[in-house]
Write a new protein. Structure first.
Length: 462
């Protein structure tokens, strides 16, 4: 297949221009709320690394204080006879104390914090895989929404063609009844089939409008027309044509499995961190302080400067069972992560096998349904001829018409299912990339477009 990216020329329109698959995807990458939320969540998770690293880096604290003291000596008198204030009360003292304290602290030994940082990095790696998985899934979501519009349009065309054919048949039967060639039952049966065809066509019109709305939800753009897939789209078996090879590739690079493995690694390191909480820690400190006091002392009021260098040793002895409980919790989380990884591996294996078989089945089904269209056309011609000569009744004709239109829609529906399941197979294997979308887009036809019908809610009158 060619991987060339085809940019369809924009068609002039008073409403909007036609969009192909890549243009819709480009808009969805920028505007889809779900993928933007995933990116914001990953950006938030990334910040847990510097938060965990902060415990191992130097920290600086600063504090300052000031106080005013009013000191009085009630009942005390000056007893020095030589003092001119002899016999008077001792005067009070008013003075201000102020100072500041700055401390630099650096962790020297802290095993728990090192394992915590390692666990945090593994958690961020898991979040990165989850974001990448969301971006891969966006490709599949866009394709599914796009194909739903095309599928709905094919159903509109099939039901409209059926309605028109049954209407012509009803008119012919009515004319024959008017001249006495057929019974009234033929008219009634034709009318019933026609009414049912009208209902199906109305439902198909409404579904197409709904799917256009869903496509706009992904990209934030209201589309009025999109390019259809051409008949050049090849329907081929998955490459490689080996189910086991797909399973092996998925187990190696499926993003859900990679995320689960990273989460298990984070849980294992978290166990070590919690078990290390009972180990001693050592911090180095440098403290600079200055104090100024107005209170008289032996040296008189003045200023004091000090620089203190120290090592602080801390050994947790007992904390009410907290360390033990956290260790048991971490062990249970590790077991949970192991089971989730195992479940993810089994789920991916199952999905790969199912999707591989589905794609292979679609290849055969598309070919068979193409033949069914030819067979249905021949059967309708034979039934109409039999009706003309009186060997078949009107019910046979109407059923043959319905079979033909259903075969035509089933053929188109099988092609869309093939495309979607093939992309889901690659997505599950962790191999879906934008080049796959470009390749699919190269088979869109700008000269054949799906035009949005007028919404029933817009055309309805009060």
């Amino acid at each position: 297949m060619s991987c060339a990216l085809y940019f369809g020329a924009l068609l002039a329109s008073p409403l909007t221009s036609a969009e192909n698959l890549m243009q819709v995807f480009a808009a969805a990458k920028d505007n889809d709320a779900q993928i933007r939320a995933s990116r914001a969540g990953f950006a938030a998770t990334e910040q847990t690394i510097p938060q965990a690293r902060a415990a191992l880096l130097p920290s600086v604290g600063f504090s300052a204080s000031t106080s005013w003291t009013e000191r009085k000596f009630p009942g005390s008198k000056i007893t020095d006879p030589s003092s001119p204030l002899f016999g008077q009360s001792v005067p009070g003292q008013n003075f201000n104390d102020h100072g500041w304290n700055a401390q630099l602290r650096q962790s020297v030994v802290n095993v728990e914090d090192w394992y915590t940082l390692s666990s945090t990095r593994a958690n961020v790696a898991a979040a990165g895989y989850e974001l990448e998985a969301a971006e891969q899934t966006l490709i599949a979501r866009v394709v599914q929404a796009y194909l739903n519009v095309l599928r709905a349009r094919d159903l509109v065309e099939s039901t409209s063609a059926e309605e028109a054919a049954v209407k012509r048949q009803l008119e012919q039967v009515q004319q024959r009844f008017d001249v006495g060639l057929v019974a009234i039952t033929d008219v009634l049966e034709s009318q019933a089939v026609y009414d049912s065809a009208v209902v199906r066509r109305i439902q198909a019109d409404g579904d197409q409008d709904i799917f256009f709305e869903s496509l706009g939800t992904l990209s934030g753009i209201n589309y009025e027309r999109i390019d259809r897939l051409s008949d050049r789209l090849p329907i081929v078996n998955p490459n490689p044509q080996d189910e086991s090879a797909w399973v092996s590739e998925a187990l190696r690079q499926n993003l859900g499995i990679l995320a689960a493995q990273a989460q298990l690694s984070a849980a294992q390191r978290n166990v070590r961190a919690r078990q290390s909480a009972h180990l001693p820690t050592v911090d180095a400190t440098v403290t600079q302080l200055q104090s100024i006091t107005g209170a008289p002392n032996f040296f008189g009021a003045g200023e004091t400067d000090q620089t203190v260098y120290g090592l602080q040793f801390n050994l947790p002895l007992y904390s009410g069972g907290l360390i033990r409980a956290r260790s048991k919790e971490a062990g249970a989380r590790k077991q949970q992560a192991q089971e989730l990884l195992l479940n993810q591996q089994r789920t991916v294996t199952r999905d790969i096998r199912n999707l591989y078989q589905a794609v292979a089945t679609h290849v055969v089904r598309v070919r068979a349904r193409l033949k069914a269209i030819t067979s249905s056309e021949s059967a309708l011609e034979a039934t109409e001829t039999g009706y003309e000569v009186g060997t078949r009744n009107i019910v046979d004709v109407l059923q043959a018409q319905q079979l033909l239109f259903r075969s035509q829609f089933d053929y188109a529906d099988s092609r869309y299912n093939y495309v979607l399941d093939l992309l889901l197979l690659k997505n599950t294997a962790g191999a879906l990339v934008e080049d796959d979308l470009r390749e699919l887009n190269s088979y869109t036809d700008p000269n054949d477009q799906v035009v949005r019908v007028v919404s029933l809610r817009q055309s309805s009158t009060p």
